[in-house]
Ligand binder design. Sequence first.
Ligand SMILES: [Zn+2]
Length: 247
Amino acid sequence: MCTDPTATTAAALSRRRFLANSTATVAGVAALGALPQTLYGAELSKADEAAVFAPAPTTPAEALAALVDGNRRFIAGKTIAPHRDFARLREIAPKQTPFAAFLGCADSRVPIEIVFDQGFGDLFVSRNAGNIAVTEQIASLEFGTLVLGAKVLYVLGHTACGAVTATMAGAEVPGQISALYYYISPATRAAKGDLNKAIIQNVRNQAVSLRDSSTVISKLVKEGKLLVVGGVYDLNTGKVTPVELSA
Ligand SMILES: [Zn+2]
């Protein structure tokens, strides 16, 4: 078995060369390594092909659009899996500049780079059960936005969230698991037994908490350097639906 992690199959390399040639004007400076490692056999549209070589978003609006596009590709089964090879990793090894930061649930069904079709160095991700804005998570996200320059701060909940379900049930749980309840219960109380409403409200509560209680984050928002947004990812469809936050 080959042990060279940089080894590439002949077929993938051939595909890369084809893409590199067909997009020569866009990809003049793009190394072969900037091409996607996995294309899942799907033909790329012109827009998706351009996305492979697209420069990193420079504004909050561009960053949000890149995420929306990535989720669109994911749910359509047309992922381009950008930035997932060793060449990309080596390119960014000295310095990371993720364009978006996430507070997501630790749930194994919510792999954020996959859901938004991104790769190495694109997303600064902080996860815990119930996507709750606790002190250490706020600290991490302040670092991801202020220091690393992420332009969108995205709070991502998901359907069938176990942490929200358990909080709603108020069940006795071992160890320190019930520590999560404190942060999620305002949403479950407001939702009056409707799990999906509680999941949406929890995203809203955590996003507003991040936006308004962190002086670092609220300053970036006021300066127009950062957008704080929320969404709920549907485990059955893969689609992320935006959650409107209060003003
Ligand atoms: Zn969850």
